[in-house]
Design a protein around this ligand. Structure first.
Ligand code: SAH
Ligand code: SF4
Length: 408
């Protein structure tokens, strides 16, 4: 979502003559888009700010802007630690960020162009909603991004059409809980149908899904519409009903498993990925083992595992963070090891199969592409191939997060 927000901001600023550079020494303004989901993300942003401030001491002309969730959460308090910051713009004000930056940098609209420099990227992200209303007890998102709001489908469809006109072949629709998208009488499944009807668009992906809201309409569209990729990110968080309840996730493990079965029966080639939190308050060894066993039996196509960290204002922050850090690290490592083992087994089975891939990049006669399930494939090619084309490849070799194939 932050990549998407940064991209939108970048393209608005480009209409005022700004362009993106790759090093601090070439920049007039540094815009740091921040995340508050885990404490570690905030620590990373702080340490980066420290480096930029040092740079500013030698180069006082440079402007520093902090945007996003950390800016929303801490506001002017960030200035207490870093007093050289020029502007702080919270996540809820992201739509006005461009104007504020333009004023700060005295960019004039003399050089204003009507159309932003939309890079002809093959894959584009589109936000379809803002905020979140779910209040999972560990999560800071509702406090920093505000209440859930679905964006007007007419604007979304225009944005998607424009991107496709500019060369996009794959669009990823984004929201904290895309399954609860609702604008007038348009729900998420009907929105996907409309996006899929855009001519010359090859693929649609979306994230993130909430198990409590995933419905049959969406599963059926994934099964029947060839443009909708057969990948779904369905965060499980835990397989212990006690922990799921304390997390306020509003589903049981049995219900989650029911969805997995339905997805696998309806979409035979589906790849299901997930998020897991270890070390939530009062997670016992037994709770953890339930989660580990679920990972072993479900066999996710991939997963992200996080060590729980208390976030300010959340309900879980009032609970005692009673799983010691060393224990969180141990549980984290065990899940990761298991998941890596399963991933290797899954990709090894793909060797010898034919996969439809979309070409994302070509460099030195090597195609970089992705399968419908979202796995990266490198393919050696002798002749010219077109970016954004879908081709069939034969998988010859597999590594944990990488496949190697030959053109059929
Ligand atoms: N809206 C998305 C996820 C947003 S945050 C969803 O519900 O799936 C991405 C992931 O970060 C979450 O799925 C969760 O696994 C993790 N996460 C969120 N808050 C956390 C915290 N306080 N500590 C550790 N992990 C956390
Ligand atoms: Fe956070 Fe839960 Fe909302 Fe996801 S659904 S953003 S985890 S509150």
């Amino acid at each position: 979502m932050n990549v998407c927000d940064s991209g939108m901001l970048g393209s608005t600023l480009s209409t005022y003559g700004a362009s993106q550079v790759n090093s601090l020494s070439d920049a007039d303004v540094v815009i740091l888009n921040t995340c508050s989901v885990r404490e570690q993300a905030e620590q990373k942003a702080f340490s980066y700010l420290g480096r930029v401030e040092e740079f500013k001491q030698q180069n006082p002309f440079i402007k520093i802007v902090v945007i996003g969730c950390m800016a929303e959460r801490l506001g002017q308090k960030i200035k207490k630690r870093f007093n050289n910051i020029d502007l702080i713009i919270g996540a809820r004000e992201i739509d006005n960020a461009a104007l504020k930056i333009i004023n700060l940098c005295s960019m004039s609209d003399v050089s204003k162009k009507d159309q932003p420099d939309i890079k002809s990227e093959i894959i584009r992200y589109v936000s379809i909603m803002r905020g979140c209303d779910n209040y999972c007890s560990y999560c800071v998102v509702p406090f920093v991004r505000g209440r859930e709001k679905s964006l007007d489908y007419k604007t979304i469809l225009n944005e998607c059409s424009l991107m496709v006109k500019n060369g996009a072949k794959e669009i990823m629709l984004l929201g904290q809980n895309v399954n609860s998208y609702q604008y007038e009488n348009m729900n998420f499944a009907s929105l996907i149908k409309k996006v899929a009807a855009i001519e010359n668009l090859e693929r649609i992906r979306f994230m993130t899904n909430h198990p409590k809201d995933l419905n049959d309409d969406l599963i059926n569209i994934m099964a029947t519409n060839p443009k909708v990729c057969s990948h779904i990110h369905l965060p499980m968080q835990s397989a212990s009903d006690k922990i799921l309840k304390a997390m306020n996730r509003k589903y049981t493990y049995e219900r989650y498993l029911g969805l997995i079965n339905k997805l696998r029966i309806t979409i035979p080639d589906v790849s299901i990925t997930t998020d897991i939190i270890v070390g939530f308050p009062y997670e016992t060894e037994k709770d953890f083992e339930d989660t580990l066993n679920a990972v072993k039996s479900i066999r996710f196509g991939g997963l992200y595992v996080f060590r729980y960290s208390p976030r300010p204002n959340t309900r879980a922050a009032d609970m005692i963070d009673n799983v010691p850090l060393e224990e969180k690290k141990r549980r984290h490592a065990i899940i990761l090891e298991e998941s890596n083992k399963i991933s290797i087994e899954i990709v090894s089975k793909m060797v010898g199969s034919t996969q439809q891939v979309l070409i994302e990049k070509i460099e030195n006669d090597v195609i970089e592409a992705r399968t419908r399930s979202g796995r990266k494939v490198f393919v050696e090619c002798g002749k010219e191939y077109e970016l954004g084309k879908q081709i069939n490849v034969n998988i010859k070799e597999a590594k944990i997060n990488l496949l190697f194939g030959g053109i059929i």
